[in-house]
Write a protein that binds this ligand. Structure first.
Ligand SMILES: *Cc1c(COP(=O)(O)O)cnc(C)c1O
Length: 438
C-alpha cells in the first residue's frame, strides 16, 4: 500500500520511504491510501486475545503488503512486552492506563515500534548510511523516543526540548542516556523546537549531507501503532461483559497523534461511538469544533505540558480522514478545554473521593467524561502518563507524597548531558552539519 501526502494525494510513498523520510516532500503528512477493514469475526473473538495478538492482527491488516508477516510479528511482540492494564475506576468510567512502558509514557509503544520498523527497513538498504532521527519534545516524546531507540544500530537520535520547560524527571530520561542519543536544550518553547525540526527537514543542504527522519507523531510508524490500545480497551470491556455499543473515549490531546490513530482504528471497524479530544488551555482544536475555523496560536504553558501545543501537527490528518468536513468531524469528536485550576481541582477531588491518582493529562480526559458522558454511554478515559512524572505538581495539589517507581528513580541518578542551542535555525543547521562531518 502507498502513503499519500495530506497536501497532495498524488504525491505517494512506500511504507519504507514514508518511515525513513517522515514528512512528505511538500510538507504534507503521510496517510495510508486505503483504510482496510477488519473482519467482523475479529471483534467476536477479541475478548479471548492478548494485547500482542490483537495488535498483530491490526498491524498485519495495515502493513501486510509492505513487510513480511513473521518480521512484523516479532516487531509487534517485542514492542509490547510489558503489561498495559485497564483499571476500573468507578461506575461507568474506565481508566485506560497507557503508561506501563519503559519510560512510563504512552509514547513508548509508538517509539519502540518505530525504532524496530526503521531498524528493519534500514537494514534492507545496502548504503549502510546512518539515519538521524530528529525529535522535538515537550517532555514525554523525548524520553520515549530516546529510550525506544537507545542502542539501535545505524540510528542516531537528536532530542530537542525547551530548556527549563520540562520536568526534572523527563529531562533526566533523555539527557542521561549517552550512546546514540544527543539531547539539545533549546532556548525557546516547544513550538520553537518543532519549527527547528521542520526547517531541518526542508533544508536541501542538510538533507544532502545526512539522512534525516522524524520520530514525532508525524511519522506513520510512530502514530499508527497507537491505535493498538483502543482495540485492547474494547477487548477489556468485552471481557468484562460491559455494553459495547455506546463506548465513548476521552483522549488527552496535544499534537493529536494518539486520537488520530484511534480515529483510523474506528475507520477500520473498531466500534467506538465517539471521542472527546480533551485539551488544556491550548484549545485550538476545541475552537475549531465550535467555529469551523482553525487558528493556530503560540502555545500557553500549563501543568499538563505535554499538551501545550499551539498548532497540532496531526490536525491535517484528521481533516484528511474526514474529507475536510467540519460536520463529519463534529459527529465523531467533541472537545473541551480546562484551566490549570480545573485540572488541579479534578486531580484533588478524584484522589479524595474515588481514591484514584490522576496525572494532569489524564485529569483533563477524566473531567471531560464527568461533564459530557450520557447515562447510556460507557466512558473510557486515557491515562497517558504516570503521576510521578509530575511529582511536585501533583504532590502540591493532593497535599500528600507521590511515590516514584524505581524505573523512574534510576534515571534521576544518571549524569545529565545536553547541548545548548538558540531557537534560530542557522545555529542548529551548523551544528548538524558539523555532526554529519564527524
Ligand atoms: C504526548 C502526550 C499527550 C498528547 O498526545 P498527542 O498524541 O500529541 O495528542 C498527552 N499526554 C501525555 C502525557 C503525553 O506525553
Amino acid at each position: 500500500m502507498k502513503y499519500y501526502s495530506t497536501n497532495n494525494h498524488s504525491i505517494k510513498a512506500s511504507l519504507h520511504d514514508a518511515i525513513v523520510k517522515g514528512l512528505a516532500p511538500d510538507k504534507g503528512l503521510y496517510m495510508p491510501e486505503r483504510i482496510p477493514a477488519l473482519p467482523k469475526a475479529f471483534f467476536k473473538n477479541i475478548a479471548n486475545m492478548s494485547l500482542q495478538e490483537i495488535s498483530f492482527v491490526v498491524a498485519n491488516t495495515l502493513f501486510n503488503d509492505d513487510i513480511d508477516s513473521a518480521v512484523l510479528k516479532d516487531i509487534v511482540y517485542d514492542t509490547l512486552n510489558f503489561p498495559i492494564p485497564l483499571v476500573h475506576v468507578c461506575d461507568n468510567k474506565y481508566s485506560l492506563e497507557l503508561f506501563h512502558g519503559p519510560t512510563l509514557a504512552f509514547k513508548d509503544v509508538g517509539a519502540r515500534f518505530m525504532a524496530r520498523m526503521l531498524g528493519h527497513f534500514n537494514s534492507l538498504d545496502n548504503t549502510q548510511e546512518e539515519v538521524n532521527v530528529l525529535v522535538a519534545t515537550s517532555g514525554d516524546t523525548g524520553s520515549a523516543v530516546a529510550n525506544g531507540f537507545l542502542g539501535v544500530p545505524g540510528v542516531h537520535v537528536y532530542v530537542l526540548y525547551p530548556h527549563g520547560k520540562v520536568s526534572k524527571i523527563q529531562e533526566a530520561q533523555f539527557t542521561t542516556l549517552g550512546r546514540n542519543i544527543t539531547a539539545i536544550a533549546v532556548n525557546g518553547t516547544f513550538d520553537d523546537c518543532q519549527a527547528l525540526v521542520k526547517s531541518a527537514f526542508m533544508d536541501k543542504e542538510l538533507n544532502d549531507a545526512m539522512k534525516l527522519t522524524s520520530a514525532n507523531s508525524i511519522n506513520v510508524a510512530r502514530f499508527l501503532p497507537q491505535m493498538f490500545y483502543y482495540f485492547f480497551a474494547y477487548a477489556e470491556l468485552a471481557k468484562r461483559e460491559q455494553p459495547l455499543d455506546n463506548i465513548v473515549v476521552a483522549v488527552p490531546s496535544g499534537n493529536f497523534g494518539n486520537i488520530c490513530a484511534a480515529l483510523i482504528g474506528k475507520a477500520m471497524g473498531l466500534p467506538i461511538k465517539r471521542f472527546i479530544a480533551a485539551n488544556n488551555r491550548n484549545d485550538i482544536f476545541f475552537k475549531y469544533l465550535l467555529t469551523g475555523s482553525y487558528e493556530p496560536r503560540q502555545s500557553i504553558p500549563t501543568i499538563a505540558n505535554a499538551m501545550d501545543v499551539g498548532n497540532p501537527s496531526n490536525f491535517a490528518r484528521i481533516l484528511d480522514l474526514y474529507g475536510n468536513s467540519h460536520d463529519a468531524i463534529c459527529r465523531d469528536i467533541s472537545g473541551c478545554s480546562y484551566t490549570d485550576e480545573q485540572i488541579a481541582q479534578t486531580i484533588k477531588q478524584t484522589y479524595d473521593n474515588v481514591g484514584y491518582l490522576l496525572d494532569p493529562h489524564g485529569a483533563v480526559a477524566y473531567r471531560s467524561l464527568e461533564e459530557q458522558l450520557k447515562d447510556d454511554e460507557t466512558g473510557i478515559f486515557v491515562e497517558t502518563a504516570h503521576p510521578a512524572k509530575f511529582k511536585s505538581t501533583v504532590e502540591h495539589i493532593i497535599g500528600a507524597p507521590v511515590e516514584v517507581p524505581e524505573r523512574l528513580a534510576a534515571f534521576m541518578r544518571g549524569e545529565k548531558r545536553f547541548v545548548k542551542m538558540a531557537s534560530a535555525f542557522s545555529q542548529f543547521k551548523k551544528f548538524l552539519l558539523a555532526e554529519s562531518a564527524r
